[in-house]
Design a protein around this ligand. Structure first.
Ligand code: NAD
Length: 393
């Protein structure tokens, strides 16, 4: 079975879907692996390392996409020149990547029309037996770590307490809002650098994890259900939202660095840090908003930019895992490897749609939209024709 890895076409994407170590494993297992020229270069994996791992290098992207059984990539496919990458794929072939399909009906229709078997890595269920495939977690860990380094770099302050002949410098105070995967990694990183860390989340279940990392859990008694099925947060409203804001307002005034990571699956990120809160912060304080691409947790966040308001710098970085492309690719490639080993047995793709992982992650198969949350997507012959027309236009 042939696997292809393209060079990512999005300008901000520096990761690559497979790293040489994983290629060697796949080749050993019996896959034939093809890599587009320079696909791993931005993540520090040269073509020669892939060749040494047993891959073949191909320079023509259309050939690479079209002549494969499975194409694995990082970001969702895009239009290149006059052609959409999906239309290079052979009908019946498989596409795996962080496809972000929940907000992209055009892509879903395109995949269905082209009869691609597509898997969204972002849709892998967060269940124990799928942990090795959980790319949201692996990439969130990278983001949480990097966010603290970005904040430390932007801040003019020391992170640890320093006791020197020239006096004692107090440690930086870090507040982490949202203690999911990224938030917990941010807490651990800030603690390792010596900061005093407080963290806050609407899911009370994270209290122990926060405390075990040496941070203080900020208690907000919200008196309403904050956890949805599957353990995810759900949006809070009315009185609970106000209570949360009051507590946050008190704690944010003391913080030198605020890392926000709060998200509610399928929704815009909640705006938790208001203009009044930023106004009340100390001059020189830093906010790194990891929810920037989902709308942002701070009222002032501008995605892809650093803005300054009332002496506070607010960073809204895009695609943070891509800023550490080598480890992010290593972890992502392991997630892909685990999914491939799960899907392909004895050289054949086994698709059991009663299986929670396959049911959860499969977007389209054999011309049909399979994912439960996307079935309403209009993939009627009329809309299919319009996708084809767009392609030929
Ligand atoms: P996420 O990225 O969706 O959200 C980040 C954090 O923001 C969450 O902890 C959430 O509770 C918090 N949040 C949302 N609204 C908030 C608000 N108004 N104020 C403060 N905090 C708010 O979360 P994630 O990191 O992807 O993880 C979410 C869930 O997935 C958790 O239940 C986690 O335990 C679970 N999970 C399970 C597995 C597994 O079993 N394989 C792996 C990873 C995560």
């Amino acid at each position: 079975m042939r696997i292809a890895v393209p060079k990512e076409a999005r300008p901000e994407e520096r990761r690559v879907a497979l790293v040489p170590e994983v290629v060697a494993h796949l080749v050993h297992t019996g896959f034939e692996v093809r890599i587009e020229t320079g696909a791993g270069l931005q993540a520090s994996f040269p073509d020669s390392a892939y060749v040494a791992a047993g891959a073949t290098i191909l320079s023509d992207p259309a050939q690479l996409w079209g002549d494969t059984d499975i194409l694995v990539k990082v970001s969702a496919p895009v239009t290149r020149g006059t052609c959409h990458e999906v239309d290079w794929l052979r009908p019946g072939s498989t596409l795996i990547g962080l496809l972000n399909v929940l907000g992209d009906t055009d892509l879903v229709q395109r995949l269905a029309v082209r009869e691609i078997t597509a898997f969204g890595m972002e849709l892998i269920p967060r269940i124990s037996r799928a942990q090795t495939m959980d790319a949201l977690s692996s990439q969130a860990s990278v983001a949480g770590y990097k966010a603290v380094l970005m904040a430390a770099d932007a801040s003019g302050k020391f992170m640890p307490m320093l006791t020197t002949a020239a006096g004692t410098i107090p440690p930086a105070k870090v507040l982490v809002v949202g203690a999911g995967v990224a938030g917990l990694m941010a807490i651990a990183t800030a603690r390792r650098l010596g900061a005093v860390v407080e963290a806050f989340d609407i899911r009370p279940a994270v209290r122990e994890e926060v405390q075990s990392l040496g941070a203080t859990f900020v208690d907000v008694e919200l008196e309403e259900e904050t956890v949805a099925d599957g353990g995810y947060a759900q949006a809070v409203s009315g009185a609970a939202r106000q209570r949360e804001q009051e507590v946050l307002h008190r704690h944010i005034q003391r913080a030198d660095i605020v890392i926000t990571t709060a998200q509610v699956p399928g929704k815009q990120a909640p705006v938790l840090v208001t203009e009044e809160m930023v106004m009340a912060m100390q001059a020189g304080a830093i906010i790194v908003d990891l929810a920037a691409e989902q709308g942002g947790n701070c009222a002032y966040t501008k995605v892809g930019h650093e803005v300054e308001r009332h002496g506070v710098a607010i960073l809204g970085p895009r695609n943070v895992p891509s800023l550490m492309p080598a480890p992010a690719s290593q972890m992502y490639a392991k997630n892909i490897q685990a999914l491939l080993m799960y899907l392909v047995r004895d050289g054949v793709m086994q698709l059991d749609f009663d299986d929670a992982i396959i049911q959860g992650a499969c977007v389209t198969h054999a011309g049909a939209i399979r994912h439960a949350e996307l079935r309403h997507t209009d993939a009627t012959p009329h809309s299919q024709a319009s996708v084809k027309e767009q392609h030929h236009a």
